[in-house]
Design a protein around this ligand. Structure first.
Ligand code: SF4
Length: 242
């Protein structure tokens, strides 16, 4: 079994706790116009590695997993390669290494990897199925059922919202997110991280000859950011920062 990976490297604290080896798996079923990794969205991007090769690399790196670190699979969307990713996570987790995935949550079979995970980072980009689907190309239903399952299992869950002006960042939007999270029993059981829009990927679009369609409207002010977070907090939702 092989995994296509378009980027590998270590990162501290932004993709799970501690110092982590990050594998960016190729392919994504969504097309968020602000995506900062457009070079990895095709399933064929990057290079193939066997699960055995990768397991060996992770185990050899274990001395570097300080401060609670370990392996994180991200992307793209790691779950497009679910069978091989599951095998890698099971083998690494079985060897006592801390494991995490970052996901858009849309894979119907995502829950099959939960027994091999120490942390789940899941994007909830919008509270409205139709709006999310229209802008990003996939809906919300599977993400919410996977999130509900993870909460039910009392997993360590971090929910991420990329805050995009004109899409999901108004006080009304914050109230709708809060309503959704309260209905899922998020308060007290998962943290929510709000990330301000940035255009770190913009140059990549130019290099790839792809149009970058985001406008100035997408940037949000520090005041908007704090207002949004404060509304979540006022509903008992624990904020997270990295
Ligand atoms: S889900 Fe993530 S990787 Fe996929 S297009 Fe959106 S931002 Fe990019």
């Amino acid at each position: 079994m092989k995994l296509n990976i378009f980027q590998k490297g270590f990162n501290y604290s932004q993709d799970g706790p501690g110092n982590r080896l990050i594998y960016h798996l190729s392919g994504c079923n969504m097309r968020c116009p602000w995506c900062s990794n457009p070079e990895g969205l095709k399933p064929s991007a990057g290079s193939p590695y066997t699960v055995e090769e990768l397991t060996g690399e992770v185990l050899r790196s274990s001395m570097l997993f300080f401060d609670g670190g370990g392996l994180t699979l991200t992307g793209g969307e790691f779950s497009l390669q679910l069978p091989a990713a599951s095998a890698l996570l099971a083998s690494v987790h079985g060897s006592g290494i801390d494991t995490c995935v970052e996901t858009n949550g849309t894979a119907p079979a995502l829950q099959t990897v939960f027994p091999s995970l120490d942390h789940l980072i899941i994007d909830v980009k919008h509270y409205d199925e139709n709006r999310l689907s229209a802008v990003c190309g996939a809906g919300l239903k599977n993400t919410l059922s996977n999130l509900a399952c993870a909460l039910d299992l009392k997993m360590d869950v971090l929910i991420r919202i990329p805050l995009i002006g004109g899409f999901n960042a108004s006080p009304e939007d914050a109230a709708r997110f809060a309503e959704l999270f309260c209905s899922l029993d998020v308060p007290g059981h998962a943290r929510v991280e709000v990330l301000k829009y940035h255009e770190f990927g913009k140059d990549k679009y130019q290099k790839l000859g792809l149009p970058y369609t985001m406008t100035e409207e997408a940037f949000i002010s520090t005041e908007c950011f704090h207002t949004f977070r404060d509304i979540l907090v006022s509903h008992g939702i624990e904020p997270a920062t990295t």
